[in-house]
Write a protein of this length. Sequence first.
Lengths: 811, 345
Amino acid sequence: MKVSIEWLKDYVEVDASTEELVEVFPMLGMEVEGVEGGGGADIDKVVVGEVLTRNPHPEADRLSVCTVNVGEGQPEASIVCGASNFQPGDRVPVALPGAKLPGGFKIKKSKLRGVTSEGMMCSAKELNLGDDHDGLLVLAHRPDVGIPIKEAFADSDVTFDLELTANRGDCLSHLGVARELAARYDRKIRFPEVKSDVPTVSEPSADNLLSKVSIESENCKLYLAWTIKGLKVGPSPEWMKRRLESVGLRPINNVVDVTNYVLMETGNPLHAFDAKKIAGNEIRIRNATEGETIKTLDEVDRRLDESMMVIADAEKPLVVAGVMGSVDAEVDQNTTDIALEAAWFSPGNVRATARKLNLSTDSSYRFARDVNPQLARYSAQRAIDLILETAGGELVSEEVKVGNPPRGDRTIEIAPDFVRSTCGYEVTDEQLADAWGRLGFTVEKGEPWKVTVPSFRAEVDRPIDLVEEFVRIHGTSEIPETRVVCEAVSRNDAAQFTFSEKAADALVGQGFRECCQYSLRDGKEIEAWSDQATVEALTLANPLTAEHTHLRASLLPGLLETLAHNQRNHNDLRRVFEVGRILRPAPKGTTELQSVAFAILTKPIAREWDTELAPDFHEAKLLANRLLAATGIIMPKGGLRSLEDSSAWQQGHAASAGDVHQNRVELTVGFCKLSLSREKGVNGPVLACELLVDPVMLRQKVKPVKFRSFGSFPPALKDLALVVDENVPAEDVRLAIETAALQATDKNFIVDPVTIFDVFEGKGLGEGKKSVACAIRFRSDDRTLEDKDVNAAFDETQRILAETTDYALRS
Amino acid sequence: MEEQLQAIIAETESALASVEARSQLDQVKATIIGGNGKLTVLMKGIAAVPKEERPAFGQAVNKAKKQIESLLTQTAESLDNAEDAAALGKTADVTLPPSGNYIGGLHPLTQTKRRIASIFRQIGFTVAEATEVETEWFCFDALNTPEDHPARDEQDTLYFPKESRFGNVSRKTEEAYVLRTHTSSVQIRTMLKEKPPIRVIAPGRCFRRDTVDATHSANFHQVEGLYVDKKVTVRDLKAVLDHLLRELFGKEVKTRLRPSFFPFTEPSFEVDLYSSNLGRLSNKWIEIMGCGMVDPKVFENVDIDSKEWSGFAFGIGIERVAMMLHGIDDIRHFYQNDLRFLSQF
């Protein structure tokens, strides 16, 4: 909201400089978005000059060579200029040699394309007087030639663009801001006196231009109406136009301008109707009917619904209540009689209507922030005075009033100790009374204190709100600095956070770069990488763009995009990972899961003197195993098994373990489906791993491990190779041997986990066969095993295998 | 006799000098101390030595034997060493880069998040987590943000369809699911689950329905903080935030609490920072975070008695801190993951 300092001075004495106000407003809770005007250009050697001649530059089409009068007794200056928005006779700021402009640019006599230039004519921006840098700052008010530029602006106004927080509707006016400054500087506030005081009636008399006013909606609590006859619509006086323009409003005519002026003065929106256009001379405040239409002043036909309130005549809606009027009852050049409205509309209703119509106005913005209902009458009186002054006419001597102000002053009970215990620093009773008093609150000291808050502060209604007001006016700079002193609170970081840290650290240690991707994805991508059920479960109701319609179901598509991006840019990025949240549909409802995923580019673009072995499935599996170990996640039972029919992974080159909905852990490792990595623009296959963890599992308490003792006797080693069908997983063979060996020893001694040391396919084994060779280690905790024991166990192992499997002993 | 022994030792030494392989060493060993080796034969001659000279003879022979064995061992060791060294191959050019010359690294947002978390751990705050999918009640109502508040508008908040069901995001009633717009919702879940005193921070991802540009992002990260205890004051709030900002940006930074408004705190403040060491942002007040004393209505919503307990809450953007710390001018860098960006941190 724009406020003019000159205007503010009508209501409060302000002698602070612009620089001071830039510091003061924010500390009152009003952010300064911009400052305009105000002869800020206090720059030596910049004077007002008058352009005498303007000729084209002989060497440059875009430049002109001007002679400029820079003051009596001074030689005319010849200046080369690039702007085109001026004529001989115009007065402009001229920076003479020796001037130093706000950006640090020093002016000196110089040659521009062969022509001497004795200074520079300036734009508003170059002097820090505004944002306009398209042309020279032509001084329309024709200050005297030769005077310093500072003097040319000495009496000009300064406007502040203030951003107010949502709770401070009371500051959306010059009086509102003046009240804050009055509190800050401990000054009195001066309300303009009003003259038009007429009796109040609930029903219009015969003299009135209105025959009836009725409230038929619960969203209007108070409606006041006045009528004026025989006025003359015309332009507003210059002072009013200038003020409206200074705060960004366009002057229209004296009646409309007065309502806008009072809106900016008191913050109370008013509406003027052409009384002759009110059908049946009747005002009805009612809810719109479904589908009712209105053409608002911005010439847009708008369709209304039952939730919206309108001000209507006997036939049609004339105003969307609190938002915007219609062209039907507009005050125009021919208007002679008007009805003036001041009302209180329910903030929520105005806000909802404005939002539905996508129409925010100065009026709706204020009504939505709870206009002071006690101010309606004063604002209307003020407007009537100004209308009678600027447009003439005769006021019908009565105020029609329907309903009552919904709120007034309120009294809050508070103990000064409550303020002290919330603030935590020394606050005297006098300081409290002073701060609240300056704000216009009435303080009655007693047990407890009673503080009466006037109706203009709708949001101050609890003791804690009074604390806030005290801190604000007393000043936050009064809060003393201290060291943090606090007792311990015994609590650990959330398990999910710790898990994420461990996972990231583990992968960084393996040469992976951490990435951060957007969570919002394209539905088509989700469909390609998973299935229709996932697409449906992850849809957003109100996505902003077509590419961001869904939540992610996996971190992998983003990682592939990162690999592709870096590959395209010739960045040697081969290993990437992300730790983040994903969603997956589940029988009990969509579930948010913790995920860790990594991706490895198998065809790096960088050439190297010594080539790294291309990573394969087993490399990824090893990295996945290390990741599990580092994060304390136990591989789901059954281990990694070949993945069939996956939409994301390459058949025959990927494996998964567990199901996150059943086991709370799911691990998938292998090559991403080649068609998908190609579609993402990655050159070459991508090896990847995706770990999904249900956060519930991370929160489980882990019991301390029970130590198992072990002996110091050497093991006995036996190797065993079995010939099996080539499609039998090696793990099945290993497990069969381990099981048989355990059975064979019958717990008489220990069998270490059986390991695979050779897999061989080739001549001598037969078509479609392979050999899997395993090492068995027998040992005992209490003795060195004798050959005969070991041999017996080994023989028995082979016998069991022969009996329970169709694997053949490799001869 | 002594001359004989010295001759054998000398012979051993000269034979070993030309030994280049283990087989040659074995041969030398056999000729000296093997069954018919020269020393062995000499030793066997003890029978012919007079009884009184035998001890001296034995001593002399043993001394020589030890000396010879030591020579053999030395040679064996040097053979082993030579063999090991040969296995290492040629001298390495230590200046060549390793194959697969890439290293890992944490994303700058993670680094910033950890830095903030570690600063808070110094003063007894620990990390709390909750889901990114939230419900209207936890994200807004419980935080005293009324139904018609602009923040809840579909213009600004991403909603899930009415019929959506989530398995691990609890609801108050039948309210709609949203993507959390701040991690302040973690405050609510924490206060419902844990009893005061509470001192937590909640770093995490948040979402706004924003068009992506240099300063806006569809998702971003925030650290929310909450401190609830007996007699927590505005002064404590200032002390904690001053601690954070001085640890992050240097001891010399100035801070100020600027009155502001948030539905869930009262009084509310924006925290501004002034530093001479922030590049383009130097020497002016920069808005860095929001904070305030927990509003009694929020306590009421989570069944904490505001007569007994008081507290403060604050929120700071991780992207914003990282951008200020490192002079990053475009928030999109964080999500593009270009190696030339990532490798700088």
